[in-house]
Design a protein around this ligand. Structure first.
Ligand SMILES: [Zn+2]
Length: 289
């Protein structure tokens, strides 16, 4: 059984982060220098995953400028276990050409969008152009959903409920709502359980153990755990630490008598066949010996 880490980042904070992003990070106590050389660490930090999905972020509204070429080049260093998702910023006039280039020339097998970071409503006509392209070509879209440390944009664009309308208009588009849409995990569950092709990931959640525990219990009660994919959010954490943290979810319960999250539920999420569910190629198999 394989482990897929559906959510990992690479970037170079020195060249890829604008002044506004640096200020947001400083305000929220995030020091990018603790991550060291992110690209160099990525391979080791994700090694417990058989396959990792990798993306940058293009979001001019909040100061992210990670070139898709750099992400694609990193993925090509370990093409037997990494998959490249393109990040497309619809505020840029040539965004559809960028999408076509990433898909047709750089080997992108999916797309990463971030309405909160890009300051565009999920139902904006520019995003709809991207959804049409992704539906036509079978590319899944992973959305940042839920809150973030960045300021200056509308938090409302990150509300999980907005993705409900996208799923109604594009029933064949495979979507992942990242971070269970925290702190609106209940809203995310409401969306993923009613659309066959909408999933959520549990990246970057285990280190808020009370919130994570409650979200997982909510998923169990709604019988929606099968719509959940494993992810880490490297470099904010690693695949290894995420596996450990997710498996340790019941540690906070102590002798409280609160219901545990069943171990088989945890293991089924960790070993979810995310590649098949999202229609992604298996890089382990597609590399010719
Ligand atoms: Zn992320």
């Amino acid at each position: 059984m394989m482990i897929v880490d559906i959510h990992t980042h690479v970037f170079n904070p020195v060249s890829d982060f604008g002044p506004q992003l640096r200020a947001d990070m400083q305000r929220c106590g995030i020091d990018p220098s603790v991550w060291g050389d992110v690209n160099a660490r990525h391979l080791d930090a994700t090694k417990d995953a058989d396959v990792a999905v990798v993306f940058g972020l293009q979001a001019s509204a909040t100061g992210w400028n990670i070139p898709n070429e750099a992400v694609a080049a990193h993925v090509s260093c370990a093409a037997n276990r990494l998959l490249f998702f393109a990040s497309i910023d619809p505020l840029k006039p040539d965004f559809m050409e960028e999408l076509e280039k990433c898909h047709q020339q750089l080997g992108a097998v999916g797309v990463k969008l971030a309405p909160l970071y890009q300051n565009i409503h999920p139902a904006d006509p520019r995003y709809y152009e991207i959804y049409r392209y992704c539906t036509k070509h079978g590319l899944p879209v992973l959305f940042h959903a839920g809150t973030s440390f960045v300021g200056g944009t509308l938090l409302d664009y990150s509300r999980p409920v907005h993705f409900d309308a996208i799923a109604v208009d594009f029933p064949d588009l495979r979507m992942v709502l990242a971070h269970l849409g925290h702190p609106w995990e209940g809203e995310t569950i409401a969306v993923i359980r009613r659309h066959a092709n909408v999933y959520a990931d549990i990246s970057a959640l285990y280190y808020r153990p009370w919130q994570f525990y409650n979200s997982m219990r909510l998923l169990v009660e709604y019988r929606a755990t099968e719509k959940v994919l494993f992810g880490s959010d490297f470099p904010f954490t690693t695949t290894q630490d995420s596996l450990k943290g997710v498996r340790g979810i019941n540690e906070i319960l102590g002798k409280s008598g609160l219901p545990a999250v069943p171990g088989e539920v945890i293991e089924s999420i960790i070993h979810r066949n995310s590649l098949e569910l999202l229609g992604l190629p298996n890089p382990v198999l597609s590399i010719k010996q």
